[in-house]
Design a protein around this ligand. Sequence first.
Ligand code: MYA
Length: 415
Amino acid sequence: EANPSVKDDTSLETIVRRFQDTMSEAKTHKFWETQPVGQFKDIGDTSLPEGPIEPATPLSEVKQEPYNLPSVYEWTTCDMNSDDMCSEVYNLLKNNYVEDDENMFRFNYSKEFLRWALRPPGYYQSWHIGVRAKTSKKLVAFISGVPARIRVRDEVVKMAEINFLCVHKKLRAKRLAPVMIKEVTRRVHLENIWQAAYTAGVILPTPITTCQYWHRSLNPKKLIDVGFSRLGARMTMSRTIKLYKLPDAPVTPGFRKMEPRDVPAVTRLLRNYLSQFGVATDFDENDVEHWLLPREDVVDSYLVESPETHDVTDFCSFYTLPSTILGNPNYTTLKAAYSYYNVATQTSFLQLMNDALIVSKQKGFDVFNALDVMHNESFLKELKFGPGDGQLHYYLYNYRLRSALKPAELGLVLL
Ligand code: MYA
């Protein structure tokens, strides 16, 4: 007999989406079946070795010319130092990038954010790849990579992190994406790098793990007004506002913004913390300086400096990623903070993250989002995060894991 309580809290949309997810595994992937990625048919085959699926080839064997695009389009390399080029990428993404399942919200990464995300230490301009319409010169598609060191078990592997794949809405389903993926792969190979990491909301062959987004309301009235959340059963607006109320200032003594002088201590703290996860980013001081020093409206980092010893004992960070609210007469933008890397050694993880919520509320964010990666599970429910309906799948290119990870075994957050 069906369990009515399970049936009741499962909407038709959820059932349909789960069914589609299941079917997409059975579906053929004309492009992905040709790529060195874990294939669905190999799931559970523990005889396959862990590590690169294909060996690196001599650089002289890497194709020297770009892949062919349909004749009306041409490749362009995007110089993110140029304001004009940066604006073109920004506008393409603002109008055509990722939306939620119900098409109510669309990511609106800021120009400063894109500059930060695409120019880390050692970045390659050749990995910032655009496609233009030949006649109008309009930018119609984009894909990017940045270099990163990612540790898989005991091995630190040089990889490309691939992000911001976007094809203009009017040019969808024309198989442009596979050509763009092949072209970025070629340009990554030219730098003698043979692996990549990426995330997507869609299921492809084959996720190394599947994470869930959780959301903590900071401005519940607005979130309800714009349809991001719903008033709970037996809840009024005023009870809801009270439920999510936070103190005006952080409570942990010694809690302050990270500064340049903190880079060595934060690097030690993070490296030590991340060493316990099966797959994790391998940050050195240069990376920490780039990825974690606060940048206004891009990334925020706070730490706890012990008032007695002046040691840096705890750290939390989040990045700024607003979404455009589509078709709402009263609001245009949802201000969201996304949990990035957090480490607690002396402060309780709960109190540390509550302080992160407090400062993000003070900064005017409407919602604080976090994935169930690393030790995040331990604070989500208690700090009144609710599970979202979006899933995020993590992938490696040309690197096989013998078995999938749990989200809590992942120490990697992509933007
Ligand atoms: S994830 C964010 C992706 N962007 C969006 O969701 C924005 C809105 N959507 C779009 O702009 C388009 O729908 C996109 C697809 C561009 C996504 N990742 O051209 P098509 C496969 C990988 O006809 P379109 C992010 O940025 C699909 O399964 N593959 O389709 C990380 C099918 O292949 P197959 C995807 O809808 C990106 C083929 O493309 C994705 O017009 C990581 C259809 O092509 C996706 N998100 O365009 C990229 N969506 O038949 C991989 C669809 O086989 C990097 N597809 O199923 C791999 C590593 C490369 C470097 C390696 C170095 C060594």
